[in-house]
Design a protein around this ligand. Structure first.
Ligand SMILES: Nc1nc2c(c(=O)[nH]1)N[C@H]1C(S)=C(S)[C@@H](COP(=O)(O)OP(=O)(O)OC[C@H]3O[C@@H](n4cnc5c(=O)[nH]c(N)nc54)[C@H](O)[C@@H]3O)O[C@H]1N2
Ligand SMILES: Nc1nc2c(c(=O)[nH]1)N[C@H]1C(S)=C(S)[C@@H](COP(=O)(O)OP(=O)(O)OC[C@H]3O[C@@H](n4cnc5c(=O)[nH]c(N)nc54)[C@H](O)[C@@H]3O)O[C@H]1N2
Ligand code: SF4
Ligand SMILES: [Mo]
Length: 751
């Protein structure tokens, strides 16, 4: 094992902050700053700083567990693996492959996500695989594909933010969810740019804003339409851009014109002068951006909502131009890569479509199987969880804790309990693992090597920095062993680099093309990574000025990407941005170039053309519609949910860290003093929040920083305070994203 410090990345969120791990004389590692990594420049939030605490075996699972006589008891690896293989084999023989479910996670490395998708299709032969990213950014992904023909969270690096003129941040509380990223927005403001934050709560992020709009939860779609209406009415449309670079404007314009500002004010609670001021801040500078996060996306109309924000960018010529664009702030550590390599219900590696015959042929060839043997698309995450115990009789779970994080969680917990067989790979005994028939203890970030793709589309190398505790094995080893037991001896290597080499080939020619990326390239220089698409020909250093040409074009790209191969490559990945990049793109020496002049993949997308067949971005005509559940006499208050800085997701990992628990010990109900007065509630009083799906209890936290018609709860805790007991699984029709961000509740003092 390394005796000096190892450069690597944080295990948690999509910012993928660089850090180094230094061995301690007493064993274990400590986190050391890595100021040379350009994104966070050494800064870390408390979760990243304390991440090594979860490595210690005190909080770890270090032996497989098998259910026996109603309880989980220690077992050998052989027993545990044999049991899983036997159960999967039996259920498949008796009931068919589609009764075997697989659920993955956006925290898994690219290698694991790839291997898991391949395992489901090739070893189990099931279509029933999906993952928690469906709960995360799937609406933004769907809207991005519709409009631009391609989904990469940010089409530009974060370093562009300080140099744009205005950023509208919709439903992101990044001061708590990605604290080191706040720097880019502070720099924006220091440079004279402005920040508009849209959030029903006056969050830490909203406090940094020049303008904070606090709409009623679930009304972002109307808000964006109202802004577009004003943009048209005030003559601020970039007609030339619309003509040359887009299609579908007339229908989108007509839809927006039906959303009068006064009507929008009534729906959203945002005043007409605030709408006008937002338009002014957004339209006056030469460049501007819209960034969305979970606020507008986790809605039953999330795809249309993001579409409306993209329309705003397109109408004003603020997409596919330097320092302008729409982006989604992806959430999980590998939330980007995790959605590209095949653990999604409808997907094959390289962001290919499972129902595309050419894509099936390409991937089947890499996998050495008959294309016809690959199953078709399966169910989306919530629908899969909802089918447990009925159509889907067993589940292999890797990288998620749905008992805490799924919507309508009491129902989902009951579905999980009704499974014939549940196998969970985890590092700790999560609330879901505790229900399993077999639990396999696996290695984590610092004990294994792998790649992740950050919210910028930057592929990074996470390196092994210490030896795993005795008794644990990697997820890749688990898949290898299970495959062998189920009759597939080859194709599931345990070395991450070997898996990556195959992933490269499987992704080649796809939308998310990693074929030009290698561990060696990722390890070079300061380890700043490579942006996809990064096709193989960029590996051999091209002549400066040469274009990174799209290769292949076998016609297997989904979403009309075929034509000339992958659009979006020309121009934005090539050296020579200097000339045409206004506003200081030059400055720091051509962004996106590695030391030796090779392009670092494609940091900036769409500068010359969008990834659609005709190269134009597509407006989508969208209209306001209410949330799936609106308040009424019985449930008169709106509930929204989200995060706090010191806990991560279902809390499976961070609730094991003393320092983080001290900072965020448990759930709470944030409410306005007026609502508190109506209930007769004082700070800290236990409140019962009741929805049509259940009841949760947590102490009151009274603040003027929230709308009086809304309460907020974080979702990091199980048990009585589990907010997902309340949430509404109404799904977006396109992305199948559940409506985590709005449902109707009644609030009472708990007795
Ligand atoms: N500390 C911490 N950091 C994390 C995570 C974590 O669990 N903890 N998780 C990571 C992951 S996977 C993700 S996806 C990201 C999420 O990052 P964010 O999207 O920033 O996180 P959230 O708190 O879910 O939601 C952001 C904001 O949306 C607001 N909101 C609620 N309803 C609405 C609405 O209807 N409209 C609008 N405009 N806003 C609304 C909430 O008040 C909240 O402040 O964070 C990542 N980083
Ligand atoms: N109410 C409400 N609910 C939400 C949200 C919300 O805003 N509001 N947000 C949603 C979003 S955006 C997300 S992303 C989900 C996240 O919620 P979950 O999917 O539950 O995510 P985590 O809590 O990160 O769960 C990851 C699990 O995998 C384990 N793990 C970590 N790394 C590895 C690994 O490498 N291998 C294996 N085998 N296991 C590993 C962890 O210990 C943990 O138990 O929650 C969703 N739920
Ligand atoms: S911001 Fe995200 S990546 Fe950075 S240290 Fe915190 S959790 Fe880790
Ligand atoms: Mo997420």
């Amino acid at each position: 094992m390394p005796t000096t410090s190892t450069p690597t990345h944080c295990p948690y969120c999509a910012l993928q902050c660089g850090m180094a791990l230094s061995p301690l004389p007493t064993g274990g590692v400590e986190v050391v700053e890595r100021p040379d990594f350009p994104v966070n420049r050494g800064a870390l939030c408390g979760k990243g700083r304390t991440a090594p605490a979860v490595l210690s075996s005190r909080v770890r699972l270090t032996t497989p567990l098998v259910r026996s006589g109603g309880s989980l008891v220690p077992a050998t690896w052989e027993e545990a693996l044999d049991r899983i293989a036997a159960e999967f084999g039996r259920l498949r023989a008796e009931h068919g492959a589609d009764t075997l479910g697989v659920f993955g996670g956006g925290g898994l490395t690219n290698e694991k996500a790839y291997a898991l998708g391949k395992f489901a299709r090739v070893v189990l032969g099931t279509s029933q695989i999906d993952y928690n990213g469906r709960f995360c950014m799937s609406s933004a992904a769907a809207a991005g594909i519709k409009a631009f023909g391609l989904d990469r969270g940010l089409p530009f690096p974060l370093e562009d933010i300080p140099r744009t003129g205005c950023v509208i941040l919709v439903g992101s509380n990044l001061a708590e969810t990605m604290p080191p990223a706040l720097r880019f927005f502070n720099e924006l403001r220091e440079n004279g740019g402005t920040l508009v934050v849209i959030d029903p709560r006056r969050t830490k992020t909203a406090e940094q804003a020049d303008l904070h709009l606090a709409p009623r939860p679930g009304t972002d779609l109307a808000l964006a339409l109202g802004l577009l209406h004003l943009i048209v009415a005030e003559g601020r449309v970039d007609e030339e851009y619309v003509r040359e670079r887009t299609t579908g404007w007339e229908d989108a314009r007509a839809a927006a014109m039906a959303h009068w500002p006064e009507y929008v004010e009534r729906i959203t609670g945002v005043s007409v002068p605030e709408l006008r001021e937002t338009v002014r801040l957004f339209c006056e500078p030469e460049a501007a951006m819209v960034l969305t996060a979970r606020g507008p996306e986790q809605q039953s109309k999330g795809t249309d909502t993001v579409g409306a924000w993209i329309n705003l960018c397109l109408a004003t010529g603020r997409a596919g131009r330097p320092l302008s664009g729409y982006g989604c702030l992806t959430g999980q550590g590998n939330g980007q890569g995790g959605r590209e390599h095949g653990q999604k219900a409808d997907q094959l590696p390289g962001y290919r479509k499972l129902d595309d015959p050419a894509a099936r042929r390409h991937v089947a060839e890499v996998w050495g199987v008959d294309p016809d043997s690959l199953p078709g698309p399966g169910r989306s995450a919530y629908e899969l969880l909802d089918a447990l115990g009925s159509d889907v009789r067993s589940l292999l779970l890797m990288g998620s804790n749905p008992v805490v994080s799924a919507p309508r969680a009491a129902h989902i917990e009951e579905r999980i309990r009704s499974l014939e067989f549940l196998a969970v790979c985890d590092v700790v005994l999560s609330e879901t693992a505790a229900l399993a028939d077999v639990v396999l203890p696996v290695t984590q970030w610092a004990e294994e090597t792998g790649t992740t793709t950050s919210l910028e589309g930057r592929v990074l190398l996470r390196r092994r920095a210490l030896t795993a505790p005795e008794g644990v094995r990697s997820d890749l080893e688990v898949l290898h062993e299970l495959a062998a037991r189920l009759g597939v001896e080859k194709g599931f290597p345990t070395e991450p680099e070997e898996v990556f080499e195959e992933l490269r080939r499987a992704s080649a020619g796809g939308v998310a093309d990693y074929s030009g990326i290698s561990y060696d390239r990722l390890a070079e220089g300061n380890g700043a990574g490579l942006f996809w698409p990064c096709p193989a020909e960029t590996e051999a250093a091209p002549e400066p000025g040469a274009e990174a040409r799209a290769q292949g074009g076998e016609g297997d790209g989904p979403q009309g990407l075929e034509g000339d191969g992958r659009p979006g490559l020309e121009g934005d990945g090539r050296p020579g941005l200097e000339g045409d990049g206004p506003q200081g793109l030059e400055g720091d020496g051509r962004p996106g170039l590695e030391g030796d002049g090779r392009p670092a993949g494609t940091p900036r997308l769409f500068l010359d053309r969008f990834a659609t067949e005709d190269g134009r971005a597509r407006f989508v005509p969208v209209s306001h519609r209410p949330a799936a559940e609106e308040p009424d006499d019985d449930y008169p208050v709106l509930l929204t949910t989200g995060r706090v800085v010191a806990q991560y997701q279902s809390g499976a990992q961070t609730r094991r860290v003393d320092e983080l628990n001290a900072a965020a010990p448990g759930p709470f109900v944030e409410l306005h003093p007026r609502l508190a007065a109506r209930l007769g509630a004082a700070e800290g009083d236990p409140l019962a929040v009741v929805s049509r799906r259940g009841r949760a209890v947590a102490p009151a936290r009274i603040t003027t920083g929230i709308r009086p018609d809304t309460v907020f709860m974080p979702f990091h805790w199980p048990g009585e305070g589990r907010v997902n007991t309340l949430t509404n699984p109404a799904l977006d029709p396109t992305s199948r994203m559940p409506e985590f961000k709005v449902c109707a509740v009644r609030v009472e003092i708990a007795d």
